[in-house]
Design a protein around this ligand. Sequence first.
Ligand code: FE2
Ligand code: FE2
Length: 231
Amino acid sequence: MARHLAEVSEKVDLKREQKKTLQTPVMRANPILKMMYLAMDLVYGRGRSLMKFKSIEILARYPYEAWENSSYHRLTRKYARAGYTRKESSDDLIRLIELGRKSQDNEQSHMVIIEDIMRQKGVKQGWFRTFFIPRFLAFGYLGLTRLMYGLNPKWSFSMNAKFESHAEHEYMKMVKEHPEWENEPVETEYFQYYPKQPNMAELFRRVGLDERVHMEESLKEYTRLTGKTLS
Ligand SMILES: [Fe+2]
Ligand SMILES: [Fe+2]
């Protein structure tokens, strides 16, 4: 796994960014996401828990995988034909491949760090909640996101922006619910792949901010494709 390439400056004031998130409305979920959140509430409870966030992170990688893979296929098709391809006509695909790759690595870092913290805290991981349900949801989400991207990429960019907006708000709210995290140091060997944070509060603010960056990138792709802004 590539080391997380920090898009967000290391010196950013994460408390200020958390405040900004909490003052900004979350994007409205579409019916597919609403059903997914409902399923998660039923399995993990309505509250915010590390286990619930771990399963969100398992799902979060799939849209990027779909964008990366599909763009590779399209790029190959372009070059595997008679005649020469101009750079301008490949630029969009190359950008999506790069975006897909770095975002997948970033989501993967979130997932492995959360699981490591759960291990350290001794959170019990049952088969149904940590194996069956994430796999079941992931199977559906991956299929759906590939289908949406294949039929019309703007649907996938739009859904992902909404998913990421939800994730950003959920992380920032979780930090607010845990004032004790301000003084709880955090250590994990996975900081090899991710900017080291001094405590639990800063770690999850930072993760929340990553989700905002993901949302903004999805919105940019949506606008590039349609010429419209999504709110
Ligand atoms: Fe994430
Ligand atoms: Fe994300």
